[in-house]
Design a protein around this ligand. Structure first.
Ligand code: C5P
Length: 223
């Protein structure tokens, strides 16, 4: 089988996880949610009571992180040691702390290396995050920046959290989890502008299916 790497970046609430999972499923490709790896690393640091301000301690924890992440787009399971953290890493306490781990230079390099290995070993994968088109897989055949207006992103993340937790989120909590997180994350990578050769896909006025179809047609164009 020919190698085909699809790299997708975007801010939180852009819909990249669901869009990429659907595209990977349709293609029969693997799927990698790199944000889940940063979330898992954060879960582990909190579990081990690592002081997130202590750069070396965080890097050390990430180095020994016993993380397993599945690449099946229809069966996402993330374990740390024997613990299934698939759902726990989506909790607001993780969303609010994750940028601290993601901006830790050593921890970030360790996770980038792990992500490159997963992409490389697969060879046919949709990988999404903040720096996939630029750092993790800049040679990918398809490189897309999935964007959406702040309003659309707040609305989508609100609906997502509501369906996960069964409770509506306050506007403040949403702002914290979407806009403030983007601001903190932008210290580690630039995902608000498309790098050279990266196509912008703005989903603000597109339905979910239209966004998936638009991504798939870009992929079909290089196949
Ligand atoms: O995509 P998601 O919102 O789950 O990502 C969680 C966090 O992981 C982001 O807020 C960011 O701090 C970090 N991240 C990153 N680089 C990536 C993917 C995620 O820094 N490639």
């Amino acid at each position: 089988k020919d190698r085909l790497i699809i790299a997708v970046d975007g801010p939180s609430g852009s819909g990249k996880s669901s869009v990429c999972r659907a595209a990977a499923t349709q293609l029969g490709a693997d799927y990698l949610d790199t944000g889940a790896m940063y979330r898992a690393a954060t879960w582990y640091c909190l579990d081990q009571q690592v002081d997130l301000d202590n750069e070396d301690a965080v890097a050390f924890a990430v180095e020994e992180l016993p993380l397993k992440i599945s690449t099946d787009p229809q069966h996402q399971v993330i374990t740390i040691g024997q613990t299934d953290v698939t759902e726990a890493i989506r909790e607001p306490r993780i969303s609010e702390a994750v940028s601290e781990v993601a901006t830790n230079r050593k921890a970030r390099q360790l996770l980038i290396n792990a992500q490159r290995r997963i992409v490389d070993e697969s060879g046919f994968i949709v990988a999404e995050g903040r720096d996939i088109t630029t750092v993790v897989a800049p040679d990918a055949q398809v490189r897309v920046l999935l964007t959406a207006s702040a309003e659309a992103r707040l609305r989508r993340r609100g609906l997502q959290l509501e369906s996960e937790s069964g409770a509506a989120q306050s506007a403040e909590a949403l702002q914290r989890q979407v806009l403030e997180r983007d601001k903190k994350d932008s210290a580690a990578s630039n995902f608000t502008e498309a790098a050279d050769g990266v196509a912008v896909l703005d989903s603000s006025d597109l339905s979910f299916q239209e966004t998936v179809d638009s991504l798939l047609s870009r992929i079909a164009a290089v196949q």
